[in-house]
Design a protein around this ligand. Structure first.
Ligand code: CA
Length: 235
């Protein structure tokens, strides 16, 4: 299962180091450097984990956490805290943070914490707590991230592992346009040759499986940019 992480941190040095490290460990990392944007991204997308620095320009990490929980958003949150921010840590845990990690830290340690909170949230599925996060449904297409089953209009669709990962990546953010480079980086690994057309080929293969079952075009090509999963019209 691809693990999608939102990482909000304003210190460029830490941010670059952690982003590179997490990607190397196989995580899909969406990054932003301020609290206001971080909050909006967390609302617009379904992440498996949100890694939040506490001191941020715009909304601070604790305010973001509080707002997300108030909106019923249950994605696990790991707070990054400075050594002297014990009160913040306690407040964060009270506000519904799942874990915290004190700076400075090793990326490997953060990666281990991420895996731990994801494992917990996946096992919660069976208690019905985070069902929404593991079942993605957009229009007639339903995708189960644990069993890796996909259906369209209740008909099963057989996808390869790569096709599944690509579809999942697009379906997490309906209406958002992803460039080929972003898709390559997230689905194939970040040092893949950007001149390849594997993304287009893979998209064609997925469309061939979905299009005969539903008349709407769900994966849209955005000329000169990339692809997006269509946002269904509001009922
Ligand atoms: Ca900071």
């Amino acid at each position: 299962m691809l693990v999608n992480v939102l990482f909000v941190e304003d210190e460029a040095k830490i941010a670059n180091f952690v982003r590179a490290g997490l990607k190397e460990q196989g995580f899909v990392v969406d990054y932003c450097d301020n609290g206001d944007e971080g909050y909006l991204r967390a609302l617009d997308n379904e992440y498996d984990v949100i890694v939040l620095d506490i001191m941020l320009p715009g909304k601070d990490g604790l305010s973001i956490l509080k707002l997300l929980r108030r909106q019923g958003r249950n994605a696990p949150v790991i707070l990054l805290t400075a050594r002297n921010e014990l009160d913040d840590r306690l407040e964060g845990l009270n506000l519904g943070a799942d874990d915290y990690i004190a700076k400075p830290f090793f990326v490997e340690e953060l990666a281990a914490r991420i895996h731990a909170v994801v494992r917990r949230s996946v096992s919660d599925v069976y208690d019905g707590l985070r069902l929404r996060q593991n079942l993605l449904g957009v229009g007639p297409i339903k995708l189960d991230r644990i069993t890796r089953e996909v259906t369209c209009n209740h008909q099963a669709i057989e996808l390869t592992s790569r096709e599944f990962n690509l579809l999942e990546y697009l379906m997490r953010s309906p209406g958002r346009v992803f460039t080929r480079t972003q898709i390559l980086e997230h689905v194939w690994g970040y040092d893949f040759n950007p001149n390849t057309n594997v993304v287009d080929v893979c998209i064609q293969r997925i469309r061939k499986k979905i299009d005969p079952i539903d008349e709407a075009v769900w994966i849209e090509s955005i000329r000169g940019v990339g692809y997006r999963f269509r946002k269904p019209d509001p009922c």
